[in-house]
Design a protein. Structure first.
Length: 657
């Protein structure tokens, strides 16, 4: 029926005889789809044509016809709009025809149409006329079914018109009417109401905020007091809890629309105060928690965006951090597909940007909890179940988004940390996951490490150079990880480390680019992987800062203690490659290295590592015979393993003569 309707609109637009006529005199197609009502006032006609123009369901031909009719009948609406509509409506028509690629998107066209509406009202400058239009849109909104395609646009259009109204009581009355009418249990209704409030706040911020405060107080009044059973049931209903969630989101959206002056005046006391009040009397289910976290993200982003030198209330910031940390603890090891940890990380990213910076201990706790939720969790068993489930794609996408969000959070924390020691905390947390038995956890840790090093390279930070040895020791065994993606990520991280090291020392990386060797790591043969890993080791060790030797050996030891199979062999290969290349140059580190090697013999993986251990001892003894023999003569403990005792005995017999 849309094509006949569009033709009808076009025909009527040519005749210009619509307004003031009774509806029964018009075309029946027009009556049934657009103009239902007893009399067509200018506001009635404009409201209905706007709905058609803003409805993508109607199709571009009918949308264009509605705009054409508005242009033809401009004198019937208001004498002030003629010149403006003659310019703006053809531009809107061009958008519909696809002549402007930048406005080919439906949402962008809707945004432009709403701006056109607001500009029209500003041109008209007639308060009574504007209020009449808002009443018409309000009536149409109240009578529209939630499932109707036009309702979403009606919310925005009404909000835009209320934003142009100057009567405070009138605006409050309309807002309260729709806040009470809307069924927030339906997501479309909740989102529509948020849109209405946000658009109305653009010019009536104080009025909208005051109305929200009034309505929020009603929802929370008597929550913990002694009230009637009926009232208690009403406040505890699903609809009431859904309304609280929507109001929290509305406050966050309001913060994003506020001017700098409005935000600084009302953020902490009114906006954040109302959000926390609504959350305190909510049932704190998934919907409530997500609404709280989203609102924190939005008002934190808004406060940071104003670029003011003033600080956010430290006490309030600490309270918000406590709530977010509590949510991370609640959802850790919970439902694997829960979006809460991801949303919390986004909120922490924005909150961490606000002055004053969090204290070091708060940053450490934040880091540990985020890693537990995003890197450590889920376990290998749970991952296998997830990958076989119908939610696999959804979860894996959420996981990747969470890892990227964690990377951005680390960047913010590194930039805002009060001390320069936070990088060490990150490396410490990474170490546990990079040596984990869970191959999925190792992969997530490598993705995080890759982001961390990219951040350091971008920010020109020297932290990575200070931890060069530790990171190489952790990454080296992962060049032979069972997962090809992890092997690739390990090389990417090593490559970043080399570039950071070279830039810090104004040097060129010796012997070429390790990324050119990646192809060998994709081989199915373990021998081929080990050979390629050894070649990469040669390049890295040529560029190794010797002052980081002990850090490297300690990280290798951690892999030997916790890893299995090929990763242990790779660790051994890297260790012996390093000692062969630099054994003569590390005299001052011989004793601590010997202690590290000695402790390796107590590892459960010692049988795999023993050949490399023996080779390392031989290399060191040849390079530093006197020091090694002297230490072997003194190093004998009752807890030494039989393996170490045999190595010690062999070296003493071979070189002490």
């Amino acid at each position: 029926m849309l094509i006949p309707v569009s033709r009808c609109i076009q025909a009527l637009s040519e005749r210009e005889d619509l307004t003031g006529r009774r509806i029964e005199d018009l075309d029946p197609h027009f009556i049934s789809s657009v103009f239902q009502g007893p009399m067509l006032t200018p506001q009635t006609l404009l409201a209905r044509l706007l709905v058609v123009a803003g409805s993508p369901v109607a199709g571009s031909e009918l949308q264009a016809a509605a705009l054409l009719l508005m242009q033809k009948l401009h004198r019937r609406f208001h004498r002030a709009v003629g010149a403006m509509w003659a310019v703006e409506i053809p531009l809107l028509l061009q958008c519909l025809e696809g002549k402007e690629e930048s406005f080919s998107d439906t949402a962008e066209f809707e945004c432009r149409l709403l701006k056109f509406l607001r500009a029209s009202l500003d041109t008209i400058e007639d308060e009574a006329w504007t209020e009449a239009l808002s009443c018409e849109l309000s009536q149409r909104l109240s009578s529209s079914a939630s499932s109707s395609g036009e309702k979403s646009f009606l919310y925005k259009a009404l909000g835009t018109v209320l934003g142009a109204c100057k009567g405070v009581f009138f605006v409050q009355e309309k807002l309260l009417q729709h806040l009470e009418e809307a069924n927030m249990e339906e997501s479309s209704e909740a989102q529509g109401m948020i849109s209405l409030l946000s658009h109305a706040a653009e010019s009536n911020f104080q009025t909208v905020l005051a109305t929200l405060t009034t309505f929020a107080s009603r929802l929370c009044k008597g929550w913990k007091a002694r009230i009637s059973r009926h009232k208690k049931m009403e406040l505890d209903s699903r609809r009431a809890h859904a309304t609280r969630s929507a109001l929290m989101l509305a406050h966050g959206s309001l913060a994003l629309r506020a001017s700098k002056e409005q935000l600084l005046a009302h953020l902490e006391g009114d906006i954040v105060g109302n959000i926390l009040m609504l959350y305190s009397c909510s049932c704190r289910d998934l919907q409530n928690n997500l609404a709280l976290v989203q609102s924190i993200t939005e008002f934190s982003s808004a406060f940071h965006a104003v670029g003011d030198s003033s600080c956010f209330n430290p006490s309030l910031k600490g309270k918000l951090l406590e709530i977010l940390m509590g949510l991370l603890k609640k959802y850790y090891s919970g439902i694997p597909v829960s979006p809460v940890p991801f949303k919390v990380v986004l909120a922490l990213e924005q909150l961490s940007k606000l002055k004053p910076s969090f204290e070091s201990k708060d940053m450490r706790e934040m880091l540990v909890l985020c890693f537990k939720n995003i890197v450590t969790h889920p376990s290998a068993e749970v991952m296998l179940k997830i990958r076989k489930s119908q939610q696999a794609a959804q979860y894996l996408q959420l996981q990747q988004r969470s890892l990227k969000a964690l990377g951005r959070l680390m960047a913010v924390l590194l930039e805002t940390e009060p001390t320069r020691g936070f990088f060490q905390n990150i490396v410490h947390v990474l170490q546990r996951s990079m040596t984990s038995d869970n191959m999925w956890e190792r992969k997530r840790a490598l993705q995080t490490c890759s982001q961390l090093l990219a951040i350091c390279e971008e920010l020109h930070r020297g932290d990575a150079c200070e931890h060069f040895g530790s990171l190489v020791g952790l990454l080296a065994p992962l060049t032979c990880d069972p997962m090809p993606t992890s092997r690739q990520l390990a090389v990417t991280c090593l490559d970043s480390l080399l570039r950071i090291q070279a830039k810090a020392n104004n040097r060129v990386i010796e012997t070429g680019d390790i990324r050119s060797l990646c192809e060998g790591l994709y081989a199915c043969s373990v021998i081929s992987q080990l050979q390629t890993s050894s070649k990469i080791a040669g390049i890295v060790c040529k560029n190794f800062p010797l002052e980081r030797t002990v850090d490297f050996m300690l990280a290798i030891k951690e892999t030997i203690r916790r890893a299995k199979g090929v990763r242990v062999r790779a660790a051994g290969k890297w260790m012996t490659t390093f000692l062969q290349m630099h054994g003569k140059d590390i005299c001052r580190d011989v004793q601590p290295i010997l202690y590290i090697l000695r402790s390796c013999t107590s590892s459960a993986q010692q049988s795999t590592f023993v050949p490399f251990l023996c080779q390392a001892v031989v290399i060191l003894t040849r390079c530093h015979t006197e020091v090694m023999v002297d230490n072997f003569s003194r190093l004998l403990g009752p807890t030494d393993s039989e393996t170490w005792k045999r190595i010690r005995k062999f070296c003493l017999q071979r070189w002490s003569q």
